[in-house]
Design a protein around this ligand. Structure first.
Ligand SMILES: *Cc1c(COP(=O)(O)O)cnc(C)c1O
Length: 361
């Protein structure tokens, strides 16, 4: 069978390995993991690999992805990372746990949870400075008081999310604050916070370097499991695979040409007047992949190739005088943005490679 192009090659055994190493590493400190699947469009095979690797929950920001994984027979506790008021009914019906910050939404969840005779579990997200989602610590007490009055809703924990919008580092101080908040809440209210979810792949450095993790007993990891790196500095995590995903596309033109366009320069297809560095005559390779498939800045060529630019359907590369014949395959590594866009592109085929069996532990 001829392999399809463009395609993304996915190594499930490498993802499973990454999940296992991270689960063991964090498990030693009493921290459980939620495997975050949103960058993979909720791919059931990837979720399964994460579960085999030891994650205790699967978390996703999209209900559609969670529904897909459930339909495919993935059995685990599902966590919704982003809860919308308008989806309250579907949230109650499809997920076990949702992250929440708005009373209006939790009231709606409570209403549907009563209708469907379910207890819906929530984790309350606290604003710790990154300024994406979260209730300010000063408003937490009032929020909890109100939620405790809502039938069929169970507060099972609190959490925070850093290094996402504001780039704020999850350090000992921030994690200490979250721990203290957990203690304060339990003193004030007759509840037990089972889950204190300290953050995402940006928490790696903190969890590695901190002997005392305090009350933090959970992290929600996507990128570090999938791409093997932490996300404060995008450093590879020792012992993890960093190329479980590879993008492969086809060279459709390969010619020696000048490196500077000739004629009068105006706007390009994206409204930019481009500038060029003269590299003399060189070999230029065009691959059949473009901005409607992928975030081109998220690609890094494997060989000695260099991306010069792109349009909707073409990426132009300097081959650095490698042959790179027409019809040959060009391989790229992906960063998170590249992965996200590749996995959501209807034009890119997904192909699982290597053994789908568990490598002996
Ligand atoms: C996406 C997301 C995560 C996972 O982030 P990574 O950097 O991929 O580990 C964790 N928590 C929330 C709330 C998210 O939206």
């Amino acid at each position: 069978m001829k392999a399809l192009l463009p395609r993304i090659e996915i190594s499930l055994s490498q993802i499973r390995h990454n999940a296992r190493i991270l689960s063991e590493l964090h498990g030693k400190k009493g921290i459980s993991l939620m495997g975050v699947t949103k960058a993979t469009l909720g791919d059931p095979a990837i979720a399964k690999a994460m579960i085999q690797g030891g994650v205790k929950f699967i978390a996703d920001s999209r209900l559609e992805n969670i529904k897909k994984m459930k339909k495919a027979g993935i059995l685990t506790q599902f966590v919704l990372l982003r809860t919308a008021l308008s989806q309250a009914e579907a949230v109650v019906r499809n997920v076990d746990i949702s992250l929440n910050t708005e009373l209006k939404t939790v009231r709606e969840l409570s209403r549907y949870a009563q209708i469907y005779h379910r207890i819906h579990q929530i984790i309350i997200m606290v604003e710790m400075g990154d300024l994406r989602e979260g209730i300010l610590p000063c408003d937490l007490s009032q929020f909890i008081k109100e939620v405790l009055g809502l039938p069929n809703i169970k507060i099972i924990g609190i959490g925070c999310n850093l290094a996402c919008y504001g780039g704020i580092k999850p350090d000992t101080k921030k994690m200490g604050e979250l721990s203290t908040l957990a203690d304060t809440i339990e003193k004030e209210f007759p509840i037990n916070l089972e889950i204190i979810s300290g953050g995402n792949s940006a928490n790696y450095e903190w969890s590695e370097s901190t002997p005392q993790v305090g009350r933090i007993n959970n992290l929600r990891l996507g990128e570090s499991i999938l791409l093997g790196c932490e996300t404060l500095n995008r450093k590879a995590i020792p012992g993890l695979y960093t190329s479980a995903f590879k993008l492969i596309a086809e060279a459709i033109e390969s010619k020696e040409k000048p490196s500077v366009p000739f004629g009068e320069i105006c706007q390009n297809a994206f409204g930019v007047v481009p500038t060029f560095r003269d590299r003399g005559i060189h070999r230029r390779v065009i691959i059949a992949l473009g901005r409607q498939d992928i975030l081109v800045s998220g690609l890094s060529p494997n060989n000695d190739l260099e991306i010069l630019g792109s349009s909707s359907d073409h990426v132009v590369l300097d081959s650095h005088n490698n042959a790179c014949e027409v019809g040959s395959e060009v391989k790229f590594n992906l960063d998170y943005g590249g992965l996200l866009s590749a996995m959501t592109s209807p034009f890119i085929t997904k192909q699982f490679i290597g053994s789908s069996y568990i490598v002996a532990a």
